[in-house]
Design a protein around this ligand. Structure first.
Ligand SMILES: Cc1cc2nc3c(=O)[nH]c(=O)nc-3n(C[C@H](O)[C@H](O)[C@H](O)COP(=O)(O)OP(=O)(O)OC[C@H]3O[C@@H](n4cnc5c(N)ncnc54)[C@H](O)[C@@H]3O)c2cc1C
Length: 111
């Protein structure tokens, strides 16, 4: 999981999931450990907020609130190919919880 997230391939599923679920990513180096929100982690195509000497060591996914559902769709030209586009949506019927959506066009990274 950490390898896929650190690689930040815009066609990969896990970065989109991490964004939609508002994951926290823990980066470790000789300077210590810092926590990076998924929204701040992915910068662009194959580019993250990790410094050259940092390793991603842990990913935390907050538990979903009760009465929350999600959907994930991806499009590929052939079954099993890397996706050309993906979208994940998280929706709760509890009014205090805003809907969250994350997507990638397969080229520029999750947004
Ligand atoms: C045939 C094939 C099909 C695939 N299909 C899919 C698919 O359908 N969906 C999908 O999402 N992916 C797919 N992948 C990609 C693959 O799943 C990811 O590349 C893999 O998960 C990366 O994880 P890894 O641990 O092997 O990382 P590596 O390949 O070992 O590393 C990837 C990069 O991240 C860096 N890195 C690795 N771990 C860390 C870490 N802990 N901290 C910081 N940097 C790190 C490495 O230095 C390297 O630059 C496919 C790959 C292949 C070969």
């Amino acid at each position: 999981m950490c390898g896929s997230l650190a690689h930040a391939d815009p066609a990969a599923e896990l970065p989109v999931v991490a964004m939609a679920l508002e994951a926290e990513l823990l980066a470790k180096s000789v300077r210590g450990t810092r926590t990076i929100a998924a929204a701040d982690f992915f910068r662009s195509f194959l580019t993250t907020a990790l410094a050259d000497d940092e390793l991603l060591t842990e990913v935390r996914f907050p538990a979903l609130s009760p009465r929350t559902g999600w959907g994930f769709v991806e499009f590929a030209r052939r079954r099993g190919d890397f996706a050309l586009a993906e979208r994940m949506l998280v929706v709760s019927t509890a009014s205090a919880v805003p809907a969250r959506s994350s997507w990638t066009d397969g080229r520029s990274g999750p947004a």
